[in-house]
Design a protein around this ligand. Structure first.
Ligand SMILES: [Zn+2]
Ligand SMILES: [Zn+2]
Length: 452
């Protein structure tokens, strides 16, 4: 069941015609009624280009699946005014239009336009909700872990309260645009193979709105932009365990376009902040409903890594302490924990609707300090320790050195960052960065294979 059949009638097809049937009918009629062909055939009689334009227009609507669907549902008025989402434009194009609305005077019909007596009737846009606007919300992992009641000061675009979105002073109104006769679009002719195609282009005088406010009639507050910026304190709940990038929708608190019937929603995107102790590990993309894991690092002394321990190891995001006992030598479950090992504390990860992820703990073993080692020597414990520790390695196997090559004695010196050393030495004037007596070539001074 379709709303109208007019465009189908123009092409002489049934409303349930296939795309191929429509295309065939269009080609045949377009050739038949093409203005060039008509004037040639009719012995100088004026060409009837209106029939050709009707055919072109029917084809433009029915060959586009979106426009055709809209025409079927709403008829000609719906298809012509359908510039909102679902009106055959993609979302980006629609957003661009909304921005054009804000800064360029807007497009589409306005309720007051019915009062424009005598003039051509401007194009009507079907009333729709303004598309959502988006803001990022930085949240700490503590807030994400416990959930929080949040407030956010949001700056958004709303319909100008002074002119109710007409863009005109009180008792003045927008008049149908002269350039496009209120249609919001003009047509350009473009050669497409054997045909000349009428291509609709947005009217530059009214930015496609079909209406234009005279300069002397512009609203004082919005200067004809029909919108103003306002700030609103928005309150909402941050649910615990929301994933990074997840969205909180606050109904009707987003931007508002004067061409829509309702303000858009506000989309608040959750962006967790880095945390000094914990890292959030969202679930794999194919398991989006799983709770996130948390990751942390546990620093152990050499003694703890070998001999086990029992202590408070960290304070969780909700302030709770976590204590654990790692068995020692001879006990069940005893093992040496090395740097880079990962252990898991089940159920201590992030929340997600009553469920919890795991806490992954990365082990980092801290080697004893220089001071400790010196103290050991003073206490005469070196030989004892040597006896306890795993033995030293012998020389590399003799055949590791190439035959006929010698073995040199070398020293292990502390490593210095070369880049940093170079930079700071010339900066502080303690070194010569380049030869000043040559032609300006830049020579780094430093160790080199060849003597200079
Ligand atoms: Zn205004
Ligand atoms: Zn115009």
């Amino acid at each position: 069941m379709v709303a109208e059949t007019g465009l189908y009638d123009v092409l002489g097809v049934q409303p349930d015609a296939t795309d191929a049937q429509i295309k065939k009918a269009y080609r045949k009629l377009a050739l038949q009624h093409h203005p060039d062909k008509q004037s040639a055939a009719a012995d100088g009689a004026p060409a009837d280009s209106s029939r050709f334009q009707q055919i072109q227009h029917a084809w433009e609507t029915l060959s586009d699946p979106d426009k055709r669907a809209e025409y079927d549902e709403y008829g000609e008025q719906g298809a012509a005014g359908g510039r909102g989402p679902g009106g055959g434009m993609d979302a980006d194009a629609f957003f661009n239009d909304v921005f054009a609305d804000m800064f360029g005077g807007g497009m589409g019909g306005h309720p007051h336009s019915h009062g424009a007596a005598g003039g051509p009737r401007p194009r009507q846009r079907r009333k729709t909700q303004t598309p959502p606007s988006q803001v990022d919300l930085s949240v700490s992992l503590e807030e994400l872990f416990c959930g929080a009641h949040k407030t956010l000061l949001v700056e958004r675009t709303r319909t100008c309260a002074s002119c109710s979105g007409s863009g005109a002073k009180p008792n003045r109104e927008a008049k149908p645009c002269v350039k496009c006769s209120g249609q919001g679009q003009t047509y350009a002719m473009r050669q497409m193979g054997p045909y000349v195609q009428r291509v609709p282009v947005k009217c530059t005088a009214c930015q496609g709105r079909g209406l234009k406010v005279r300069d002397q009639d512009l609203c004082k507050k919005c200067k004809g932009s029909r919108t103003s910026r306002d700030k609103k304190r928005v309150e909402f709940e941050l649910e615990r365990g929301m994933h990074p990038g997840e969205t909180i929708v606050v109904k009707g608190e987003g931007d508002e376009s004067p061409d829509s019937s309702a303000p858009g929603d506000l989309h608040i995107v959750v962006r967790p902040l880095p945390h000094p102790t914990f890292t959030l590990v969202p679930p794999a993309p194919n398991r989006p409903t799983r709770p996130a894991d948390l990751e942390t690092t546990l620093s152990l002394t050499l003694s703890e890594s070998i001999l086990g321990f029992s202590r408070l190891i960290l304070v969780h995001l909700d302030g709770r302490g976590l204590r654990t006992r790692q068995p020692g030598p001879g006990e069940r479950g005893w093992r040496v924990l090395k740097t880079g090992d990962e252990v898991v504390i089940p159920g201590e990860g992030m929340w997600r609707k009553g469920e919890r992820g795991d806490l992954v703990v990365k082990i980092e073993v801290e080697m004893p300090s220089q001071e400790w080692a010196m103290g050991l020597a003073e206490r005469g414990g070196v030989e004892t320790l040597r006896g306890l520790l795993p033995p030293r390695r012998p020389d590399l196997a003799a055949q590791a050195v190439d035959e006929g090559k010698e073995t040199d004695e070398v020293e292990l010196e502390e490593k210095v960052d070369k880049a940093e050393e170079d930079d700071t030495s010339w900066y502080h004037g303690t070194g010569r960065p380049y030869d000043e007596d040559d032609d300006g070539d830049y020579h780094r001074q430093g160790p080199s294979c060849e003597q200079q």
